[in-house]
Design a protein around this ligand. Structure first.
Ligand code: NAI
Length: 327
């Protein structure tokens, strides 16, 4: 039996947490032969801690063979102690009358504290996935707050957008959802993201040629993917939770265990590729292997794509400027 891996999850008593923890504990994220110790962080609030205890009781009642231990805490220094993987899900939601700028600043405080705690106590090769919104900027803040860790350890979740787009492409073409390769989503996890099937193939055939409908791309596909989160809130009265948890599982699974040569989308600090300023946490096509990701380079960016990439980058730059004083 392998030695257990320590996985921190923040916001563990929330909606996504409830859809996520059981799948991690059953081995879906890190492999069916990999024991895990869950280190769960919730806010220092009686109701949240009580809810977390209830979730832990349910985890116990599943009798997962791979679950080698559970820690619950309100202290990031305890939650992140020696962790190999950290899923930063908990975040401050937008309250009534709250401006976007206030939301950014409230979250910046949380992710500064958590970045510092990771810097102090996590494993030096910890893999951090930020899910809590605004995910890209929160990941940027955590990364900047952890100067002793490699910036490449910090990523933001765009996998839900990627998976949403694959499902739309499957419905449009009638091809199996797992037949698509070389698809990506560029930019910010927000409605400005740019889902891009120009390079995509299905069974070796070009998806763009198969669809051959630029009007559908611009006026249906891109807005449908971009507004899918809002559509789910409108329908369910709650934001996506099971699909978000599923995307987090996919993201970490592929990062740790490899994407087998396939492109996946991850929000990662830019290395300057495609003119995205270094350090900006941006959705890129990546290939993962041996626990590392590599940005797919030198793809041609046409005028149509540049327009979208500039918009999503502009939004991220604005967010970055909004929190600059705190860093
Ligand atoms: P939720 O409100 O149900 O749960 C969040 C939990 O985080 C709560 O239990 C809360 O007490 C906890 N929390 C808040 N601040 C914390 C802190 N500083 N430390 C530890 N725990 C803290 O929200 P839900 O539905 O689970 O969503 C979580 C986040 O994920 C939200 O920010 C949401 O916008 C984001 N999200 C991101 C997606 C993505 O694709 N990147 C997709 C869907 C949601």
């Amino acid at each position: 039996m392998k030695a257990p891996v320590r996985v921190a999850v923040t916001g563990a008593a929330g909606n996504i947490g409830y859809a996520l923890l059981f799948r991690i504990a059953s081995g879906e994220m890190l492999g069916k032969d990999q024991p895990v110790i869950l280190q769960l962080l919730e806010i220092d609030n009686e109701k949240a801690q009580a809810a977390l205890k209830g979730v832990v009781m349910e985890l116990e009642d599943c009798a997962f063979p791979l679950l080698a231990g559970v820690v619950t805490t309100a202290d990031p220094l305890v939650a992140f102690k020696d962790v190999d993987v950290a899923l930063l899900v908990g975040a401050r939601p937008r309250g009534p009358g709250m401006e976007r700028k206030d939301l950014l600043l409230e979250n910046a405080k949380i992710f500064t504290v958590q970045g510092k705690a990771l810097n102090a106590v996590a494993k030096r090769d910890v893999k951090v996935l930020v899910v809590g919104n605004p995910a890209n900027t929160n990941a940027y803040i955590a990364m900047k707050s952890a100067p002793d860790l490699d910036p490449k350890n910090f990523t933001a979740m765009l996998r839900l957008d990627h998976n949403r787009a694959l499902s739309q492409l499957s419905a449009k073409t009638g091809k199996a959802v797992d037949s698509f390769e070389k698809f990506t989503v560029w930019g910010n996890h927000s409605p400005t993201m740019y889902p891009d099937y120009r390079f995509a193939t299905t069974g070796g055939a070009s998806v763009a040629e198969l669809i051959n409908d630029q009007e559908w791309n611009a006026n249906t596909f891109i807005p449908t993917v971009g507004k899918r989160g809002a559509a789910i809130i409108a329908a369910r009265g709650l934001s996506s939770a099971a699909s978000a948890a599923n995307a987090a599982i996919d993201h970490v699974h592929d990062w740790v265990l490899g994407s087998n040569g396939k492109w996946v989308t991850m929000g990662v600090p830019s290395d300057g590729s495609y003119g995205i300023p270094e350090g900006v946490v941006f959705g890129f096509p990546v290939i993962t292997e041996n626990g590392k990701y590599t940005i797919v380079k030198d793809l041609p960016i046409d005028d149509f794509s540049k327009k979208y990439i500039d918009i999503t980058l502009g939004e991220l730059e604005e967010e970055r400027a909004g929190v600059a004083d705190l860093l």
